[in-house]
Design a binder for this molecule. Structure first.
Ligand code: PLP
Length: 420
């Protein structure tokens, strides 16, 4: 069953969020809507009847005849030719990913950074301009700040509101780049408003959304007008912390251009083994996300009331600046939060908390079955200049938490013990 027919699916996949229902119910209904796709989309049975699709480890594929080879090369016949151009295990994963994003097509890549750099370099050439947010994953920020200028592509960094994007646009703007929620501040950007803005641009810039923090469980940027959505699949999509990968999804035309650039041209291809691991992780994606998002909201609420914590960043909290927007734009508030420790010497105290946690693991990355905690200023965001970090609101004492699948009460007790 590679493509799932509509009549087999009863859930609401339209991207319409019902703000009148409670958070638990919202999570449950989203999980119900996605669960069947997670299990069945892109799952052709193996030729021997095996239920799990085979891992096709072959760098080249035999032609049936000289004429078949020539037709395949002329694009007149679909055929597996060479592992960098396409592989059945990777293609099956791409079908599942496209279904989850409700996209025409998806292209799996070797990492999240391959997806980001590939999407940007597909859209831009020397002389072009990008508008991007100040608060985002530090390596993406480095791409825009340090690497792209070497190829004549300039970026203006803005706060994540639509007016700032509008003010920064020029006739050469090719991309309005969005990361929502942002790493590590959990800032929420209005994708529908940015997409409406793009339609007014002189050259109709593309709206590209990094949805890694949300995953396709929590939001569907394409449904509200984004041109491309991309993710690091290393995170919640694969979900087990055992693989590196990325994905770009959108219209068949745009995704095929991205594929041509990032896969054929730059060689950022996902290995069949990694594709198989991601597909295996995705079968439990809906129930994993339901649980991790519920735990994150519970931990955020608990920490927000904790005397040793000065500020908690999670869109579930009513005092979060993106709360109202997230309620409209997101099915779930995501499995990540960050918080700042109260009092003097926040950095030293933060370090003590990190080293005192016994269930939560002190490690980079996110979206794992394990809860992971990190100190962004000295690790993930240390390549960001201190002034840029300050402008992005990243305090030196900030800790970022990616909730895993442990019991929420156990996690809360772990943080209480460490903070105490
Ligand atoms: N986007 C975001 C928001 C991230 O947090 C990360 C990595 O942490 C990436 C992209 C890059 O992903 P990868 O490490 O798979 O290249």
């Amino acid at each position: 069953m590679t493509a799932l027919r509509g009549e087999l699916l009863s859930g609401n996949l339209s991207g319409v969020i019902d703000p009148s229902i409670g958070y638990g119910e919202q999570l449950r209904s989203r999980a119900d809507a996605l669960a069947t796709l997670c299990v069945h989309a892109g799952e052709p049975p193996g030729e021997d009847g095996s239920l799990d699709p085979p891992i096709v480890m072959s760098s080249a594929f035999a032609f049936e005849s000289a004429e078949h080879a020539a037709r395949a090369f002329r694009g007149e016949e679909e055929a597996w030719i060479y592992g960098r151009w396409g592989n059945p295990t990777v293609a099956a994963l791409e079908t599942k990913l496209a279904a989850l994003e409700q996209a025409e097509a998806a292209c799996a890549t070797a990492s999240g950074m391959a997806a980001i750099s590939g999407a940007v370099l597909t859209a831009c050439e020397a002389g072009d301009h990008v508008v991007a947010p100040r608060s985002m994953y530090a390596e993406s920020a480095r791409l825009f700040r340090e690497r792209l200028p070497r190829f004549g592509i300039q970026t203006t960094f803005v706060d994540g509101d639509v007016n700032a994007y509008a003010a920064a646009m020029t006739p050469r703007t090719r991309i309005l780049y969005v990361e929502t929620p942002s790493n590590p501040m959990l800032g929420v950007v209005d994708v529908a408003a940015i997409a409406a803005l793009a339609r007014t641009g002189a050259n109709r810039p593309l709206v590209i959304v990094d949805g890694t923090f949300a995953t396709p469980f929590a939001q569907t940027p394409l449904a509200v007008g984004a041109d491309l959505v991309l993710h690091s699949m290393t995170k919640g999509i694969s979900g087990h912390g055992d693989v590196i990968g990325g994905v770009v999804a959108g219209s068949a035309e745009l995704v095929s251009r991205v594929r041509d650039t990032v896969i054929k041209g730059f060689g950022g291809v996902l290995s069949p083994l990694s594709a198989w691991l991601v597909a295996r992780g995705l079968r439990t994606f809906a129930i994993r996300q339901e649980r991790a998002c519920a735990s994150a909201a519970a931990l955020a609420a608990h920490l927000a009331a904790h005397p040793r914590v000065v500020r908690v960043h999670h869109p579930s909290l009513s005092n979060h600046p993106g709360h109202a927007l997230a309620r409209r734009q997101m099915f779930a508030y995501g499995a990540l939060l960050s918080f700042e420790i109260a009092g003097e010497n926040a950095v030293v105290r933060g370090r003590t908390v990190l080293e005192s946690l016994r269930l939560a693991t002190h490690a980079v990355s996110l979206g794992d079955v394990r809860t992971l905690v990190v100190h962004p200023a000295s690790t993930t965001h240390s390549t960001m200049p201190a002034e840029t970090r300050r402008l992005a609101g990243i305090q030196d004492g900030l800790l970022r938490v990616s909730c895993g699948l442990e019991g929420a009460a156990d996690l809360i007790a772990d943080f209480d013990r460490a903070l105490g």
